[in-house]
Design a protein around this ligand. Structure first.
Ligand SMILES: [Zn+2]
Ligand SMILES: [Zn+2]
Length: 193
C-alpha cells in the first residue's frame, strides 16, 4: 500500500490546463504484463512465484481518492501473517490518475511495489525495502510527493481568491468569508474551480 504521509498546508497556484499527450491514458493490463516481464529479469526475485502475478486482477481506486495511491487487497480470510503468494491476492488497485503518460513512471513503480506485497512481503520491512530498491527507475519512487500534490489539486473544488493580490489557493471547501489573505488581509472570495 502506498499512502502519502505529507501534509500540505497551503496549495498555491492552479493546475496548468490539462491538455496534450501527457493526459492520454493507457491500459492497466498492458502495464501488468510489462512489469512482470521486467521482474523476471531481476535475479534477486528469481526464487519467487512471479509467473503467478499475471493471475491477479488489476483495478482502479476511486478517482477522488487522495491519500491512497495503490493497494494490494488480499482475499477474505487471508492474514498478513499467513504465507502470502499471488493466489492469496484478490486484486491490486492503482489510482486512475496515475494511468497516463505523465505519471507512467510512477504508475509502473506503484504496480511493482504492490506486486512485491503479492509475492509474500506484506509489510514494508527491511527485505521489502531492499527488493523495492531493485526497481530500475529509482526516481519514480520520488514522484510520490508530487503525485500527492497533483491529487490535492485535482480534487480541489474551490479556489480561495484574493481580489487584491490575485493569489489563488486550491481548497476542497468554501471559505465562506471566514479567511483573509495573509499578505494584504483582504477577505478571500470563493470561486468554483
Ligand atoms: Zn506498500
Ligand atoms: Zn491579498
Amino acid at each position: 500500500m502506498i499512502r502519502s504521509n505529507i501534509s500540505i498546508i497551503s496549495e498555491t497556484g492552479v493546475e496548468e490546463p490539462g491538455i496534450l499527450l501527457q493526459d492520454r491514458s493507457f491500459s492497466i493490463e498492458g502495464m501488468g504484463s510489462s512489469i512482470i516481464e521486467q521482474m523476471m529479469n531481476i535475479p534477486d526475485l528469481s526464487d519467487l512465484h512471479i509467473a503467478g502475478l499475471s493471475q491477479i486482477p488489476l483495478g482502479k481506486l476511486r478517482k477522488n481518492a487522495v491519500r491512497l495511491h495503490a493497494v494490494c487487497r488480499y482475499k477474505k480470510g487471508v492474514k498478513k501473517t499467513d504465507e502470502i503468494s499471488p493466489v492469496s491476492v484478490r486484486c491490486i488497485d492503482i489510482h486512475p490518475r496515475a494511468l497516463n503518460i505523465r505519471w507512467e513512471r510512477y504508475a509502473n513503480f506503484l504496480l511493482f511495489h504492490e506486486y512485491l506485497h503479492a509475492l509474500g512481503f506484506s509489510n514494508h520491512g527491511k527485505e521489502f525495502r531492499r527488493l523495492e530498491a531493485l526497481w530500475h527507475d529509482p526516481e519514480a519512487r520520488e514522484m510520490g510527493r508530487s503525485f500527492s500534490l497533483h491529487l490535492r489539486k485535482m480534487n480541489a473544488r474551490w479556489i480561495w481568491f484574493c481580489p487584491a493580490c490575485e493569489i489563488k489557493h486550491l481548497k476542497s471547501k468554501r471559505s465562506n468569508g471566514r479567511y483573509n489573505c495573509r499578505l494584504c488581509l483582504c477577505s478571500l472570495i470563493d470561486v468554483k474551480n
